[in-house]
Structure formats: structure tokens, C-alpha cells
Write a protein that binds this ligand. Structure first.
Ligand code: GLU
Length: 553
């Protein structure tokens, strides 16, 4: 077979050589030990939480080694692609502050010297490498039709063949003569380019996965498709070309690709390229509500599978990232405790601390992490976040919340500048309800009165407060004032004393504040009541006290 002739016949328009590409994309000049990683999603319409998990790993692994991370869009499967798929990825990453050093930055924009970073724009590169493989006798055109391939599958099934696919005696086009190929091409028959595997089914390969250790598998013997009939590469071939010419050192990807490693290694070797280091990360799982079993997070069943869910609910990005890092690296929580205010992107990520088995995504734990994160934020920062979130996801509330920024910020500041701030907000979509009594008249429910306080006593408390409330007093003075009302109302000013002699009183000072709290806020549990009343002002407080008193009549 005249391979040079065949190569020219198949790729008449390819003028570049792999040597040209080597010069155009030289090895990167980076310090010893620097890692080059990439996040390589397909634009299928949304960013999966597992994708964010992978992207974060890529960025932190590169950063911790003073290397480079980049974003490559793998859009070779046009059937799975959706419009705006790239924007969903870019926006998803951006919303969580996961930024790459290089690669695609937006629709039609990118940065870096190793591009283009979108596979559909790299066809010339794939064809250049493919042509050289044909020249070297390591690839050949296959004209088998879909029907022929189906027949082959059925034959292998019927024979109970242990290895299935296009190889050896089944590979009908592997040994076509040049004359046959020329005739097929002249007849306009569609063709795919196949890898001419050199593998031996009796041999095994071994490689080191950086989180799974040494792995051994049978050599690849399948003549995999490299280029589809439209000239677009398969994932396998594009992976080899791209990770070589983008000079990736560490391929970090989902464990679903683990079984493909033998073919990838065979292809890297056939091209004469250094095999990158592989890291196959565990899937993000959840406990199925019904069966209680661990299963993959699925877009169809689990809204939290798409990162947009966290944006829409208003989880702060820091909370999502911190939570993902607790799942990703076993030493993250210790680091966070030692560095409570540090940027998570400065976490010294260690691949060795990554688990190989599927990690459980737990919304309840994320909620706890988020409450902690928000409890550490200052009121003006929370105001900005809530306003930005509401502008996009709750426009009616946006108008209410931003009408008086100083008022909203002051509300958010209640019980915040203290050694142990409250941990009661987990996400921005809770804020409207949490603060509702500042903006709407509350509907206090008499059933929520403390058990030992009768409606008549509650009314007496409310009217006493109405008559004697002084909004300019601080917390201590306010509490002293409530105590001063106790004897007349038949309540005990000291809780301890009440406990010693409960039958002597109707209740204690705490009951007064419970009744007033209920009238003013409609709730039994709120941040500091004294500050709430000051922010509402004397008149609104009085109206609410009266309104509730009337309800009790
Ligand atoms: N485009 C592939 C995917 O979305 C990427 C796998 C890889 O990182 O190599 O699954």
C-alpha cells in the first residue's frame, strides 16, 4: 500500500504538518512541577454540579502548582449540542467565580496562545494529525454502512464474542487495497477514518491514575473511529490531539472515561506523543429519597444537578464552593477553620486527598455551610447580594427591598456585629420571608401566645407597652423598662425567682417580650426585638400592638 498516496487522496487540502503544529504550539515554559489542566465540557445546555466540581479541581490543581488551567469547549457532537450551551457553561462558571487562565471566555471570544479552544474550530489540526497517521499506516478509511455495522454487532452477539467492535477479522476495510479505496471514493461512498490498532488482546497495559493508583487493563485492539464521515473527530481522537497540542499535563475528568484509557494511550503512542497523567474523579451522587440508595445526580430528577439551581435559589457562591471543596478534599475543613476569611481559590489543593469513590451531595449540609458563610458577611455586603439576586429572580421584592437601602441594611445588621452572629439565612430567596414583617403588616396568631398568658393578660401587656414604650432606649434600658411593668401586671421581673415560686405569678418578664414580639412581628422567634422596634418606629409599633390587642378582644 502506498500510504503517502492514500494520505493525499484522503486529505488533499491539508497543507500543514504535525511539525508545523509542534512549532506553533511549543511546550509551555512553566516552572518545574507546574501542572496544565483543562476543563472540557460539551455545550449540552447546562452546567452540571459535577462539571463545576471538575472545573474547580482543574483551576485549583493548576493554581497550587503555579501552572495553567484552561477552558476548552468540546462541541464535536452536534446532536447533543444546544443553542446557548456555551453561555450556560460560561455563566455557570462565572457565577461561582471559577476563572480559567486561558481558553474560551464567552460566545466567540477566547484568550491564550494554544487556541482555538473550541473543537469545531480545530478541524485543520485534527486532519493534519490524521493525515500523518495514514502516512504512517496507522489509520485507514472505512466504508462500512450503518447496516453492515449492525450486522457485525449481531454476528458478534450470536457468536458470543468476548470482545466486540470493529477489529481483526471483523474489520472488513482494514486491508482494502488502494485500488478498492480509490474506487469507493470515486463512487462517492461516505467513509470514516479508523485507527489501525496495533494492540494485542493477550497483553495488558498499566498506568497510574493519580487518585486511583496503578490500574491494569487489556490493551486496546479495536480500530476506533478517529474522524466521522463529516470529517469531525470523535471524542477520543480530539482528546489526543488537543491535550497534546495544548500541552496538558494532567487530564482530570469523570470516571466514566476510565475504561477508554487503553485506547487513548494507544493513540497517544501511535502519534508519538507523551501520554498525559490521568486523574479520574468520582461522580457526584445523592441518596435517593425513595430507595435510600446512592445514585448519580440526574438533571431529570434532581433540580440541584444544574448549577443554575443554586444561582436561582440565591446560595452565595462562596457557600457552594466551600461545600464542594469539603467534598473534594478531605483537609479542606481544617484549612477553612484555620483560614476563616481566606479566598477558597487560595486553598492548596492536593490531588492525593481526593477520594476515589462517589461523593454524596447533600443539600442539608450545603445549607449549613451557607448559613455559616452568610453569618460571617457584613450587612452592606449582604444587602448588595440580596439586591443583585432579587433584581434577577424576584423583581417585586427587589422594588420593596431597595426602596430604602439604609433601612434594609440596618435590618440585616441586627444581631450581626456580635461575637456569635445568628445563622438563620442560608440563601437569598429566604430573605423576603425572613424580613417580611418590616415591610408588611404581620398577621399575629393568638394561638402562638405563650401557654400561660391568657388573652386578657396579653392585652394588658400590649396596652402597657403602648403607653410606656420609649424607642430611644438601648437594649438594657428597654429590658429594665419591661421589668418595671411586671409587678402591676402580675408577672415576675426575674426568671430565676419565677422558677422558684411559679404559682405566685402569672408568668415572667420573658412572657412580656414574647407577647410584644408576636404583636410586632407575628413571630415567636426573631433577632433582637428592641432593635426591630426602633427600626419600625414608635408609631408603627403602637399600631401593631393595638391591632393585635383588638384581635384578642
Ligand atoms: N467533553 C467531555 C465531557 O463532557 C470531556 C471529557 C474530558 O474531560 O476529557 O464528558
Amino acid at each position: 500500500m502506498d500510504n503517502m498516496k492514500l494520505a493525499n487522496l484522503l486529505f488533499p487540502d491539508v497543507n500543514l504538518t504535525p511539525e508545523d503544529l509542534e512549532l506553533k504550539y511549543p511546550p509551555r515554559e512553566l516552572p518545574e512541577g507546574a501542572r496544565v489542566t483543562r476543563f472540557a465540557p460539551s455545550p449540552t445546555g447546562y452546567l452540571h454540579i459535577g462539571g463545576l466540581f471538575g472545573a474547580l479541581t482543574d483551576v485549583l490543581v493548576a493554581k497550587a502548582s503555579k501552572g495553567v488551567s484552561y477552558l476548552r469547549i468540546e462541541d464535536t457532537d452536534k446532536k447533543r449540542e444546544v443553542e446557548d450551551g456555551v453561555s450556560a457553561i460560561i455563566n455557570g462558571l462565572h457565577a461561582f467565580g471559577v476563572d480559567f487562565d486561558e481558553g474560551v471566555t464567552g460566545f466567540g471570544t477566547e484568550k491564550g496562545d494554544y487556541g482555538p479552544y473550541t473543537q469545531s474550530q480545530r478541524v485543520e489540526i485534527y486532519h493534519t494529525v490524521a493525515k500523518r497517521m495514514v502516512e504512517n499506516g496507522l489509520a485507514y478509511p472505512c466504508f462500512c454502512t450503518a447496516d453492515e455495522l449492525t450486522a457485525l454487532r449481531e454476528q458478534q452477539e450470536a457468536e458470543g464474542a468476548l470482545i466486540r467492535g470493529y477489529f481483526g477479522k471483523y474489520a472488513k476495510c482494514r486491508d482494502l487495497s488502494l485500488a478498492q479505496i480509490e474506487a469507493n471514493l470515486a463512487a462517492g461512498k461516505p467513509w470514516v477514518l479508523r485507527f489501525r490498532s496495533q494492540g494485542d488482546e493477550n497483553k495488558r497495559i498499566s498506568f497510574e491514575d493519580l487518585i486511583r493508583g496503578k490500574i491494569e487493563m487489556p490493551e486496546n485492539i479495536i480500530d476506533e473511529v478517529l474522524l466521522k464521515s463529516d470529517g469531525i473527530p470523535t471524542y477520543h481522537f480530539a482528546h489526543v490531539c488537543d491535550d497534546h497540542f495544548m500541552r496538558t499535563t494532567h487530564v482530570i475528568r469523570g470516571e466514566e472515561w476510565l475504561s477508554s484509557v487503553p485506547k487513548h494511550i494507544a493513540m497517544f503512542k501511535a502519534c508519538g506523543y507523551k501520554v498525559p497523567k490521568y486523574v479520574h474523579t468520582a461522580q457526584v451522587m445523592k441518596l435517593d429519597d425513595e430507595s435510600g440508595d446512592k445514585r448519580k445526580l440526574s438533571k431529570r430528577k434532581d433540580p440541584e444537578a444544574a448549577v443554575s439551581f443554586f444561582v436561582e435559589k440565591g446560595f452565595p457562591k462562596e457557600a457552594v464552593i466551600d461545600y464542594l471543596l469539603t467534598l473534594l478534599n478531605s483537609n479542606f475543613e481544617d484549612w477553612r477553620r484555620a483560614n476563616p476569611d481566606a479566598d477558597a481559590m487560595d486553598f492548596p489543593f492536593n490531588l492525593k486527598k481526593m477520594g476515589a469513590s462517589g461523593c454524596l451531595f447533600d443539600l442539608t449540609k450545603l445549607t449549613d455551610v451557607s448559613k455559616n458563610v452568610i453569618s460571617r458577611m457584613k450587612a452592606p455586603a449582604i444587602y448588595e447580594r440580596v439586591a443583585a439576586w432579587a433584581r434577577d429572580y424576584a423583581p417585586d421584592y427587589y422594588a420593596v427591598f431597595t426602596r430604602d437601602p439604609a433601612f434594609s441594611t440596618a435590618i440585616l445588621n441586627i444581631d450581626r456585629e456580635v461575637p456569635k452572629p445568628r445563622k438563620d439565612i442560608a440563601k437569598w430567596d429566604e430573605v423576603a420571608d425572613y424580613l417580611s414583617y418590616f415591610f408588611d403588616e404581620p398577621e399575629a396568631d393568638p394561638a402562638l401566645l405563650p401557654e400561660r398568658v391568657s388573652p386578657a393578660d396579653a392585652k394588658a401587656i400590649l396596652s402597657c407597652c403602648c403607653a410606656h414604650y420609649e424607642p430611644n432606649e438601648d437594649k438594657d434600658a428597654w429590658f429594665a423598662r419591661m421589668k418595671s411593668w411586671c409587678p402591676e401586671l402580675g408577672f415576675c421581673p426575674e426568671v430565676k425567682e419565677f422558677k422558684k415560686n411559679p404559682d405566685a405569678f402569672k408568668g415572667h418578664v420573658g412572657d412580656l417580650s414574647s407577647v410584644i414580639r408576636l404583636a410586632v412581628t407575628g413571630r415567636t422567634n426573631t433577632p433582637d426585638l428592641c432593635t426591630i422596634m426602633q427600626l419600625l418606629g414608635k408609631q408603627r409599633v403602637a399600631q401593631r400592638l393595638q391591632r393585635f390587642a383588638e384581635k384578642l378582644s
